[in-house]
Design a protein around this ligand. Structure first.
Ligand code: GLN
Ligand code: ZN
Length: 781
């Protein structure tokens, strides 16, 4: 092949209309047979391969398809099914993947896994975020007695399936070092076991896999090693050195491509460039500043795959810029040694713009989803080969020029206001001790005040009323009356059971980010822009395309209404700027920090307006602060500095006696506790019940000065916690932290729960607070 090749690292498997989700869920409900579900899978794969072929992609990936998760598929392939799944562990079949992901439904004994809690046997494997994406993979589990073996044929079957269609595809598989690095030790007898001692056995199975693919006729095999974008330890480095010579040998006639993505290689560059494989892929978007170095040092016997088209965002590629990079690479490496591709797998992008009929035409012209990105990859190669018409380039540049100059993007007022922000805007007027006194006097709360995190059950009726209002079948007045009635009942319930700081219930909100995005300028929404989050769950992130501003108050209507229903201090409820940023597709034409600060100013106005209507406590949720952490430690400090400042900018427009709350869940706090304290929220509510209050250690060690509400029960389970259990947890907390600073609340919002369990749980929670008040004597409060 004497020309620049195009390839793809992975294609979204959900289908243009989320067909995979529908089919899989139907199968779970028993409405579809296993064979029917598999047929849907085959159809989707075929469709996806043909689409990629038609787009002009030379090397199309296989095994990027999965019914649940491709890392889970790798575990099944490698015979790494935890023994608690019994029979399934010995003979992994099609349904094994769902069992591991969702847990064994049948009843079993209790089984201690060493996490401090007991679970039913066959509990699901843990799931966690794939690097800094919103994709969640099923965490591989390792034990001292883990033995790998080739245990599934999906990979080989799908390769053959593509071959039968005339597509000579490139099998894709997570690399062994990343696989071992992302797993977790689940071994009560050997909790300190080092998974890397399993390397030899693991590589033996990989060798077998590669050899078999070569026999099947694979020319190229892609091994994903995104850990190369992380800070590696010696064990991981050694593992690379140890296993890749073996893998390259085992692959025989098939050549290996090792893919790194999601960041620069930095200190891992020599290791990466030294891997004894035929081709190396780098992320040319996140690793843009490093491309010149990579090219300068690139070994003469390898092919470089340059991922210049952003797989993590939805903006059109700027051809002039990409061509400059690719042109330079071609000059140095020669056209035979250069491949073009997206920066990473396209599972992080929505499928296609094709079905977006409602999207504003101007904005649509600036975007590229997965299908459009592949067309861009093909176009770039055509242009480089001098085979494309100039209009391709001219049109692309015109579109970027139009975007840059569009009045839709620029709001002079927003820019001027941001420029005028001074550091004192991010400081409350007085320090916390002073504020605490004023807030106590104003709020008159008892010791161990009770509150909730904000949402109450979003029942089927609530969701269907909203759907009807949105599609025009329920008049706005009727919808309004309906939500008022829900809110009234919710506030009355909280009054009745004796919650000290009630909330309005968030019945009017579809989603904590979308609700604000819909009311802010600078945001837009797609109809089909779904991205897989985990299993069959997909999310449709808002798109932030322009300067963000708040045309009018967003929450005062509902908070004001709720406040009028009770004597108790109603808590206002907002989503913080970092979370709004983190859960959206963001602009690529200005730093994330700038976008976040614009959102922060909009939320700040909302905080001030809530105070203006007499709301004395306002919660600004920031559950996503931690997941925004950069992949490399060296970059943490600057991120945390602007993230914290954005929160403070929102929170500091109010008087001292107005109490600012924040909420975080699923977070580990140890390594960011300094930043959490620097938020200077008057009250923080966090998830702690599942960790048995262990999460509090960080707060204790740090001597956390402000008030804190450690969650007393897990809202992810329908199980109703007993008063006694909550009391135990709170007694533990009170032994660790000043009792006068403690709040009593659930772990997180109650929106996914049903009313019956919410009722009993909260009654128990209030009873727990009352008991605590009798037991604990706090001096000087
Ligand atoms: N206020 C939100 C709720 O109660 C918080 C959700 C979250 O932390 N993710 O639903
Ligand atoms: Zn939460």
């Amino acid at each position: 092949m004497s020309t620049i090749r195009t390839h793809n690292l992975g294609y979204p498997r959900i289908g243009e209309q989320r067909e995979l989700k529908q089919a899989t869920e139907s199968f779970w409900q028993g409405k579809l047979t296993c064979e029917e579900l598999q047929e849907t899978g085959r159809k989707l794969r075929r469709q996806n391969w043909l689409k990629q072929q038609a787009a002009g992609i030379d090397l199309i990936p296989v095994n990027d398809f999965s019914f649940y998760d491709h890392i889970l598929d790798a575990s099944c392939l490698l015979g790494n099914v935890p023994s608690r799944f019994g029979k399934a562990a010995d003979a992994a079949d099609f349904e094994t993947q769902f069992t591991i992901a969702r847990g064994q439904r049948s009843t079993g004994g209790e089984d201690a896994c060493g996490c401090g809690q007991s679970h039913a046997a066959g509990f699901a494997s843990e799931m966690t975020k794939w690097f800094d994406t919103n994709y969640h993979y099923i965490v591989p589990e390792f034990r001292a007695d883990t033995r790998f073996r080739l245990a599934a044929t999906k990979l080989f079957d799908e390769f053959a399936e593509a071959l039968a269609l005339g597509i000579h595809a490139k099998p894709v598989l997570v690399g062994p070092v990343t696989y071992l690095s992302l797993g977790k030790v689940q071994d009560t007898e050997n909790p300190d076991f080092d998974p890397f001692t399993l390397l030899d056995g693991l590589v033996t199975v990989y060798e077998e896999i590669l050899a078999r693919l070569a026999v099947q006729g694979a020319d190229w095999i892609q091994l994903d090693e995104p850990v190369l974008a992380l800070d590696l330890n010696d064990r991981q480095r050694d593992a690379f050195l140890e296993c890749y010579p073996r893998l390259a040998r085992a692959a025989g006639s098939a050549k290996l491509l090792v893919a790194s993505y999601f960041g620069e290689l930095r200190d891992n560059l020599p290791l990466f460039l030294g891997l004894p494989v035929a081709a190396l892929h780098i992320d040319g978007v996140r690793g843009k500043d490093e491309i010149a170095t990579v090219i300068a040092r690139f070994p003469s016997d390898k092919i470089l795959s340059l991922g210049v088209v952003d797989g993590r965002n939805i903006w059109k590629n700027e051809f002039v810029e990409s061509l400059a990079i690719l042109g330079h690479a071609r000059e140095t490496l020669g056209k035979e040694r250069l491949w073009i591709s997206p920066s990473c797998s396209l599972i992080h992008a929505p499928v296609t713009l094709e079905n977006e009929r409602k999207l504003d035409a101007e904005i649509k012209g600036w975007l590229a989803f997965a299908d459009q990105k592949l067309a861009e990859v093909a176009s770039l190669s055509e242009i480089l080969r001098g085979r494309a018409s100039v209009t391709l380039l001219v049109e692309n540049e015109a579109s970027h020029l139009a975007r840059r100059n569009s009045p839709r993007i620029h709001n002079a007022q927003v820019k001027a206001r941001l420029a005028a922000v001074v550091s004192s805007d991010s400081n409350r007027r007085s320090a916390f001790p002073e504020r605490q006194k004023l807030q106590r006097a104003k709020l008159g709360l008892p010791l161990f005040p009770t509150t909730t995190i904000g949402s109450f059950p979003q029942t089927q009726e609530v969701r269907s009323a909203r759907a009807k209002w949105k599609n025009g079948t329920l008049p706005a007045v009727a919808y309004d009356a309906f939500i008022k009635e829900e809110t009234r009942r919710c506030v009355a319930f909280q009054d009745e059971i004796g919650i000290d700081m009630p909330v309005h219930g968030e019945f009017e909100r579809n989603d904590m980010v979308e609700y604000f995005g819909e009311q802010l300028d600078g945001f837009t929404f797609t109809s089909h822009g779904w991205v897989q989050s985990y299993g069959t769950r997909c999310v449709k992130p808002p798109i932030i395309f322009g300067d963000v501003s708040r045309p009018q108050p967003m929450t005062t209507y509902w908070s004001g209404f709720a406040k009028s229903l009770t004597e108790k201090p109603m808590k206002g409820m907002l989503t913080g700027p970092v979370t709004i940023l983190q859960w959206s597709f963001v602009r690529n034409d200005q730093p994330r920090e700038t976008t976040t600060r614009q959102i922060a100013l909009a939320i700040r106005d909302e905080v001030v307006d809530l105070e203006g209507i007499g709301i004395a406590a306002i919660q600004i949720d920031e559950p996503a602060i931690r997941e925004g952490l950069p992949l490399r430690r060296a970059d943490w400090e600057s991120y945390l500095a602007w993230a914290v400042d954005a929160f403070r900018l929102c929170a500091s427009g109010v008087r001292d006696e107005t109490q600012i709350h924040t909420h975080m869940c699923y977070s580990e706090f140890n390594d960011i506790i300094g930043a959490i304290a620097a938020l200077d929220a008057d009250v923080i509510t966090i998830e702690t019940s599942r960790s048995n209050m262990e999460l509090l250690d960080a707060f204790v060690d740090f001597n956390y000065p402000n008030e804190i509400g450690p969650g007393v029960y897990d809202i992810h389970s329908p199980r109703v916690a007993e008063v006694r259990e909550m009391e135990n947890l709170m007694t533990k907390a009170a032994a660790l932290l000043p009792a006068g600073n403690l709040w009593v609340n659930p772990d997180c919002g109650l929106k996914t729960r049903g009313w019956p369990e919410v009722r009993t749980s909260l009654e128990n929670m209030v009873a727990c607070a009352r008991k605590l008040r009798e037991q604990v004597v706090v001096p000087n409060i």
